[in-house]
Design a protein around this ligand. Structure first.
Ligand SMILES: CC(C)(COP(=O)([O-])OP(=O)([O-])OC[C@H]1O[C@@H](n2cnc3c(N)ncnc32)[C@H](O)[C@@H]1OP(=O)([O-])[O-])[C@@H](O)C(=O)NCCC(=O)NCCSC(=O)C[C@@](C)(O)CC(=O)[O-]
Length: 296
């Protein structure tokens, strides 16, 4: 398949990133989301309505969503594990929500305290209620290339869970290499196995960069038809239930590569770098994006 002319970035730094960093102020979070939108990012995961006992860093998600000066055409998304999360997301006027399942039983139990099948049962009423409110629902599948608890994961299981979420009404399925263990050929084979059951233009990649493979894995998967990629500005984050995992691939590094290949993103790289440098300063460290360090 030919390489694309445009890739859509789904920015997860304010959620996936900051859920696993030391606490920053609500004002810093709002500024981050606003500066990402000012850089041209159109899809921003800004909040997570999960138990504040499980992930205290996200406890101010309602204030963040309510405090942002919104830009027309930008979608502000929130994670919602259950109906309670959906109600909070509706109250805070999220533009869309996301449910999150896993392709591994071990991770499902550690992350959301239930089995894969129980999580799906939980999502059914959530997706129905979201539809009543015309709220799009995204679906995540974690551990698509390996699990910190269960090890190797069969691509057939990744495809099975992805297809269930898609058929339940998720408009897009984001495939998470939660611990960043994948390598390019394995990533491409996994994408192709899922694409046999869910249209490839409904798939996104969500690759953590723990082993420095994310950029290569994404490049390999672009040739299989992937057109949406989740990234985290400044490479923020990790996962509280996958110890040692790094954040998602840094948005700046992907934008640099794509623009260098003549693939458009609609994002201003310099403004993106500024946004990443600002939140990194608030965290008291340098940006995790190689491109940001090179260009700053
Ligand atoms: C799912 C639960 C809630 C089950 O947690 P539980 O303890 O089994 O559920 P519960 O229903 O018994 O609730 C326990 C307490 O949480 C409260 N609660 C219950 N639900 C909510 C809610 N929505 N918002 C706020 N509070 C909530 C509830 O009210 C109760 O409060 P208490 O009575 O003890 O005071 C919990 O396991 C949880 O919050 N897990 C979230 C873990 C998480 O956020 N993980 C990181 C995100 S996933 C991820 O990063 C992977 C991804 C998506 O990026 C893709 C990838 O990289 O692979």
């Amino acid at each position: 398949m030919a390489l694309p002319t445009h890739i859509s970035l789904f920015e997860v730094g304010p959620r996936d990133g900051l859920q696993n960093e030391k606490q920053v102020t609500t004002a810093d979070k709002i500024l981050l989301v606003e500066s990402l939108a000012a850089a041209g990012v159109k899809r921003i995961e800004a909040a997570s309505f999960v138990s504040p006992k499980w992930v205290p860093q996200m406890a101010d998600s309602g204030e963040v969503l309510k405090g942002i000066s919104r830009v027309a055409g930008v979608r502000y998304s929130a994670l919602t594990p259950n109906l309670k999360g959906l109600e909070l997301a509706l109250d805070a006027n999220a533009s869309e929500v996301a449910v999150f399942a896993a392709a591994s039983e071990g991770f499902s139990q550690k992350n959301i305290n239930c089995s894969i099948e129980e999580s799906i049962e939980r999502f059914i009423p959530l997706i129905e209620k979201a539809k009543e409110h015309n709220l799009p629902v995204r679906g995540y599948v974690s551990c698509v290339l390996g699990c910190p608890y269960d090890g190797e994961i069969a691509t057939s299981e990744v495809a099975r869970v992805s297809e269930i979420l898609y058929k339940l009404g998720c408009y897009e399925i984001s495939l998470g290499d939660t611990i960043g263990v994948g390598t390019p050929l394995k990533a491409r084979k996994m994408v192709e196995a899922v694409a046999a059951r869910v249209p490839v233009d409904k798939l996104a990649l969500h690759f953590h960069d723990t082993y420095g493979q994310a950029l290569a894995n994404i490049l390999a998967s672009l040739e299989s038809g992937i057109r949406t990629v989740d990234t985290s500005v400044a490479g923020l984050g990790g996962c509280p239930y996958a110890k040692g995992a790094s954040g998602n691939l840094a948005s700046e590094d992907l934008v640099y590569m794509l623009h260098g290949m003549g693939i458009e993103t609609g994002i201003d790289l310099h403004k993106l770098i500024e946004a990443g440098n600002r939140i990194s300063a608030a965290l008291g460290r340098h940006s995790g994006a190689k491109v940001a360090r090179a260009l700053t």
